[in-house]
Write a protein that binds this ligand. Structure first.
Ligand code: PMV
Length: 315
């Protein structure tokens, strides 16, 4: 029997970095997906195939022995084989349309879709159970993950998150277009986060003032989202980008892409850790094409997405 699942990628709309210091962040799922297929095979092996390579290994290996990029999927497959005391093996195939390593949640989406596809070979689980499995799997490579990415990939839509109150869905039927432009500079989230920590330690008062400003900005964004006020959201994106510039997580390429996007869109900012990765701009049917053209004429890779309201899907 083949079991299949798909999950969307994500972007952080507002609040990256400041969320680490207790400020609220707003995330949304995007309609770029990963599809994972899992199937029982007669041989007692775990086989993982994806566009970035393959892994074939016997079950019951210590997780540290498994190459980083396949570790979460091996972990999920091995766990389920042990749970059901299976003598057969599993073949897992991952197909993704989410660019890798640029803050678009490809790793979380793969964990969520894999948890659903792999467990789906044996039994049906609730979204809550699958999310927990996905977070456990993700922890084999990112022990400190907040689980925010996996949560939004599982449920879809728009979500707010802060350390104290956890996650909650933002009720919205907004149908705006987001244009994501990829700097193609892979970033290390861990490295950028520790640079921000240094900035915070050296500029305590300034940093705490920015966090307060960011909190106010996010409350205003929530009102703008409710009222479908794209100009208001865009204005706040431009302001949020200034805060991100101040704490040192931007660079020349991101600034250039943002400047070009700002000519026609409602606003643009970086998304995720920064110092590479992606920027996004907010548009609707009036300025979508013009913004894309502006970026493409300057040889930047970009694509438009909408909010994904489906989240995890099994079929
Ligand atoms: O690079 P991403 O999209 O995984 O985003 C990291 C978000 C940070 O706020 C910079 C770090 C974090 O753990 O929240």
């Amino acid at each position: 029997m083949k079991s299949r699942a798909s999950a969307p990628g994500k972007i952080i709309l507002f609040g990256e970095h400041f969320v680490v210091y207790g400020v609220k962040a707003i995330l949304c799922a995007i309609n770029k997906r990963v599809i994972v297929t899992a199937e029982k095979i007669t041989e007692n092996k775990i086989s993982i195939k994806s566009s970035i390579g393959n892994l074939v290994s016997s079950p019951k290996k210590p997780i540290e022995e498994i190459d980083n990029q396949f570790r979460p999927f091996y972990y999920l497959a091995d766990k389920i084989i042990q749970k059901y005391n299976e003598k057969s093996g599993l073949e897992i195939t991952i197909n993704s349309e989410i660019p890798l390593g640029v803050g678009l949640g490809s790793s979380s989406a793969c964990c969520v879709a894999s948890a659903a596809a792999i467990s789906g070979v044996f039994t049906k689980n609730s979204k809550e159970e699958i999310l927990q499995m996905a977070i456990d799997a993700e922890k084999t490579i990112f022990p400190n993950t907040s689980g925010a990415d996996s949560t939004v990939c599982t449920y879809g839509g728009l979500m707010q998150y802060d350390k104290k109150n956890g996650y909650s869905a933002i009720d919205s039927e907004n149908n705006f277009d987001l244009i994501i432009a990829n700097s193609k500079i892979r970033h290390s989230t861990k490295e950028v986060v520790s640079n921000v920590k240094l900035f915070q330690e050296r500029n305590e008062e300034k940093f705490s003032k920015i966090c307060n400003e960011e909190s106010k900005l996010i409350e205003d964004v929530l009102i703008c989202i409710k009222n479908n006020d794209l100009e208001g959201i865009g204005r706040n994106m431009i302001k949020n980008q200034e805060f991100l510039e101040t704490i040192g997580v931007s660079n020349e390429k991101l600034r250039d892409m943002i400047k070009l996007s700002n000519k026609f869109s409602f606003g643009a900012k970086l998304t995720g850790a920064g110092n590479g990765g992606c920027i996004f701009s907010l548009t609707d049917e009036t300025n979508l094409e013009k913004t894309i053209r502006q970026l493409k004429e300057n040889e930047y890779e970009c694509f438009s997405v909408k909010i994904d309201f489906r989240g995890l899907d099994t079929f």
